[in-house]
Design a binder for this molecule. Structure first.
Ligand code: SF4
Length: 351
């Protein structure tokens, strides 16, 4: 894992620090409120959204941009997906209930924001964290740990809970008083929603269970399974990307099948690069399925029967399946598995 150099910032490093902040913005309400409050306190604010490759929902960037427009602040969008993989693979501070390495993730994001802070010649970083809102990453010790490990220390400001936390750089500079920050705490969203209404901030509905793939149970099961097969060191960006799509089945220690669930996933699977079989149904509407690993003839046939279960082929009647790999095409005939076939449950990874 790449460890970014930890840096301690001292106010005396700069003779006249600019009254400017970089605000991490996720598209959620809390981070937008933190940016809004900072602006209302007289600071110039630049929004920053980090694309990790594990966000769910296509509208996150749109949400951030809409919030930037509403707040009249510029927003930078930064792709950090390559570096972020290392955080997911080798968390130092453990994972939550899924595969979410929340503490390492927060440290990484705040470090990135610190780099942007330097580039933007800003003086501090703002996040929308609320004391006690999330059990793993927003209790007091966790917030302090992130400030310390990111190297930002007092330059990491959580305006929504600022009155309840330690002193910050803007306070030391005399730019704000302690009571200028808010004292939000816990999981209630009531005050945030009132503030959003009062300050004219658009509120976007978050998907149930959050907006991070690593929190999702099914995704976590697929990732754990793949780590068992390949070992964490061998996992590539493509491996992680493929875990996003389809139903996943394991047929053997090194053979997996991924079956698309809708047109979007079928298109994604069809275009997925790699040396694997692509199964399609030329005669009936059906999914695209990938067979990964060196499948035996028997496993390929099993994969075709399994994929046929999700096609419109009538039960009990063989259907034609094309299996293509590297320009080679095989024609198979497969009888769809019945939906009650116990092998479906046995092979399924993400149930
Ligand atoms: S839920 Fe996901 S994005 Fe949020 S802190 Fe945890 S790992 Fe990071």
């Amino acid at each position: 894992m790449e460890i970014l150099p930890s840096r301690v910032y001292h106010s005396q490093d700069m003779s006249a620090p600019p009254k400017k902040a970089v605000a991490l913005m996720s598209g959620g309400l809390d981070s937008a409120l933190a940016a809004a409050l900072t602006k209302r306190l007289g600071f110039e604010v630049v929004g920053l959204n980090l694309a990790t490759g594990f966000c769910t929902g296509q509208g996150r960037c749109d949400a951030v941009l809409a919030q930037g427009l509403a707040l009249e602040i510029p927003v930078r969008l930064l792709d950090v997906s390559d570096e972020y993989l290392e955080v997911v693979k080798y968390p130092r501070f453990g994972r939550g209930q899924g595969m979410n390495p929340c503490l390492d993730c927060r440290i990484f994001m705040v470090k990135k924001a610190g780099e942007v802070m330097e580039r933007e010649e800003a003086s501090f970083v703002v996040t929308g964290e609320v004391l006690g809102q999330r059990p793993m990453s927003q209790h007091r010790e966790a917030l302090e740990l992130v400030a310390r490990e990111s190297g930002l220390g007092e330059r990491l400001v959580r305006p929504l809970s600022g009155r309840l936390l330690g002193p910050t750089f803007p306070e030391r500079m005399g730019w704000v008083r302690r009571e200028d920050w808010l004292d939000l705490q816990g999981r209630s969203r009531k005050r945030q929603l009132e503030l959003a209404r009062d300050w004219g901030i658009p509120v976007f509905t978050q998907p149930a269970g959050g907006c991070c793939l690593l929190l999702e149970r099914a995704y976590a099961k697929r990732l754990r399974d793949l780590i068992r097969e390949k070992g964490v060191d061998a996992l590539t960006k493509e491996d992680f990307a493929l875990l996003r799509y389809g139903r996943h089945f394991r047929l053997g220690p090194n053979v997996r099948v991924v079956v698309g669930r809708d047109e979007v996933e079928n298109a994604a699977l069809l275009a997925f690069p790699g040396n694997h079989y692509v199964l399609t149904f030329p005669d009936v509407p059906g999914p695209v399925a990938l067979v990964l690993g060196e499948a035996s003839e028997e496993e390929l046939k099993l994969a075709a029967e399994l994929a046929a279960r999700y096609s419109d082929a009538p039960q009990g009647a063989p259907v034609r399946v094309m299996a293509q790999r590297n320009g080679e095409a095989l024609e198979l005939w497969a009888t769809p598995m019945s939906k009650d076939d116990p092998r479906l449950r046995k092979f399924r990874i993400d149930r």
